[in-house]
Write a protein that binds this ligand. Sequence first.
Ligand SMILES: Nc1nc2c(c(=O)[nH]1)N[C@H]1C(S)=C(S)[C@@H](COP(=O)(O)O)O[C@H]1N2
Ligand SMILES: [Mo]
Length: 364
Amino acid sequence: MTRDLRIEPPPRVVDASLLVAVVVLIATGLVSLVSGRPTGAWVFDVHAVAGLSTVVLLAWKLRRVRHRVAPDRLTVTRGLSVLLAAAATAALATGVWWVLGGGLDLGPWGLLNLHIGLGLAVPVLLVVHLRRRFSLPRREAVEDRRNALRYAALVGAGALAWQSQEATNRALDTAGADRRFTGSREDGSDDGNRFPVTSWVADDPDPVDVEEWTLDVTGRAASERSLSYADLTPGASGEAPGEGAPRSQRRAVLDCTSGWYSEHDWEGVRVGDLLALVEPADGAAWVQFRSVTGYRFSLPIEEAGDALLATHVDGESLSHGHGAPARLVAPGRRGFQWVKWVGEVRLTRRRELGEWVAIFVSGA
Ligand SMILES: Nc1nc2c(c(=O)[nH]1)N[C@H]1C(S)=C(S)[C@@H](COP(=O)(O)O)O[C@H]1N2
Ligand SMILES: [Mo]
């Protein structure tokens, strides 16, 4: 083949493209973890197409450099490069494997968690790799008009491969066939408490005693309120409604970033009705849901009003593992934001940034 017809760009252009691809993959990968609404589906599509195009880029790169890896020529720099190649290859492979219905049992973790872990390792190793080896492509190489065609072909092939995944899954009848746009697979919908219990890292409290438990509505409001379980479930405990807030129902999908989703009829108290009891002050812009474990997450006040503090799922009282006495049901948000064992609802002016840390370390 003559150079003119080759799809493969010059080496440094391939390298620069890989860098761009990693940036795109990390950005879309991270954003995908907080995307739970269909309007955000494009983030997953971009991630997939970029990943599939990267398979080709990486193959070119590895074919070019493989001769450098010989036992007698191994240096620390090369060792790190080999590690980077392995992590990048494994990140791509686990992503494809997940889409095609693969699974792995790694204790509390699964294949998708492994994919995320490998993906996050790539930029770390890449920074070290680039510090030692980075060189910009020559200007003529970048400005070469053929590059535009090459990229169109590359991304087009990635998009085609992504397009065909549904047909491939159906033809092979894999577990990947029934995925949500987030990539999650269905588990235990409409069957009460019989869906996976997922606690993040170390959150594993003792069962909460409903006789002692209170739900405190605090913060920037005209007054504060402390509600008992009976206040939240007047019908269930035979008391007349009126003291607490009215009961509400909502159908919503719990979609965990570890790769499963479950759709249920949740029942409890609308957060908007709860907030009405304390009359939020003018400056209140966020509502923070705080678990008895220290785990916490905030929603903008308008969105929070429409969320539910659920005590029941499909007509059953929530089990301890699912967050009894009350857990947040935040439609359109990913599972890790659905705080379990909520003990306090706090009105704040600003979002607390520490909650992003608490999500990883609470319970430890
Ligand atoms: N307090 C607390 N809430 C939590 C978690 C946690 O570890 N602690 N895990 C979150 C995650 S990652 C998910 S996916 C859902 C899982 O809810 P489930 O265990 O009822 O399925 O709860 C969320 N709420
Ligand atoms: Mo999760």
